[in-house]
Design a binder for this molecule. Structure first.
Ligand code: AP5
Ligand code: MG
Length: 224
């Protein structure tokens, strides 16, 4: 574990399928940070059939964004659970300019500041390839992603007695909608964070290990 003088507060930005959650898993091995995936939090609410889950279920399935007001509450609720010495790795938040502007204020309420935004960059064709073939292996312990072109991963799922299920929002027309929303609402945040001098761009079409290495190198510069 790499030690830092104070806990880091990092945003992972990128289109759907860029590898945010994959890289987050790698980064938290090296830094004392808690990964917060707002998409995962919403899916848990849907699974638990809470009022919040019922509100966002149809929105997610269509590839649209949950309302900013809802997301602000979701973010604050998860920050409440953290200890002061734990860093934050935000996966999938912010996605709109409203959320980006609100984030600094929310962090300030918890005595934190944003240290860096790591932007994973891949093109739309690769997004479609990754997401259209992705399945989630369910009922075999902790769910994990597999890909229909990666037979070894499909076998791993089957051997563990799991079932490879397609996320509703990985259906082709929904992936197109998620991409459109990304370009319209989230991509402008790159320029915003560039102006704030916190943006670190990481090419993300290489293997997960190579992408993680590049992201770790960016963070290493930050703490040195
Ligand atoms: P969320 O769950 O965050 O979905 P997303 O960001 O659209 O897309 P993914 O999570 O699928 O992509 P990822 O970048 O994490 O990539 P991953 O590592 O999984 O959000 C879902 C929905 O919730 C949103 O559409 C919205 O409706 C709502 N929502 C969430 N946050 C919100 C917010 N702040 N405001 C409003 N609404 C919000 O990788 C993808 C696949 O590629 C996997 O199969 C993986 O194994 C594979 N892979 C990863 N890296 C590589 C690599 N380097 N090479 C090859 N394959 C790779
Ligand atoms: Mg994700």
């Amino acid at each position: 574990m790499i030690s830092t003088q104070r806990p880091l507060n990092i945003v992972l930005l990128g289109p759907p399928g860029a590898g945010k959650s994959t890289i987050a898993e790698e980064l938290v091995v090296h830094y004392h940070m808690v990964a917060i995936s707002t998409g995962q939090l919403l899916r848990s609410e849907i699974k638990a059939r809470t009022a919040l889950g019922r509100t966002v279920s149809g929105i997610i399935d269509k590839g649209n964004l949950a309302p900013d007001s809802v997301m602000d509450r979701v973010l604050r609720a998860s920050l409440e659970t953290l200890n002061d010495d734990e860093g934050i790795l935000l996966d999938g938040y912010p996605r709109t300019m409203h959320q980006a502007l609100g984030l600094s204020l929310t962090l300030a309420d918890y005595g934190r500041t944003l240290d860096a935004v790591v932007a994973l960059e891949i093109d739309d064709t690769e997004v479609v390839r990754r997401l259209s073939g992705r399945r989630i292996c369910e009922s075999a312990g902790e769910p994990f992603p597999v890909h229909i072109d990666d037979l070894a991963s499909m076998m791993r799922c089957r051997e563990r007695g799991g079932q490879a299920i397609q996320r509703e929002d990985d259906k082709p027309e929904v992936v197109q909608q998620r991409l459109m929303i990304y370009h319209e609402q989230t991509r402008p945040l790159l320029e915003f964070y560039e102006r704030e001098h916190v943006l670190h761009r990481v090419p993300a079409s290489n293997t997960p290990a190579a992408v993680a290495r590049l992201a770790l190198a960016q963070l290493a510069e930050l703490v040195n």
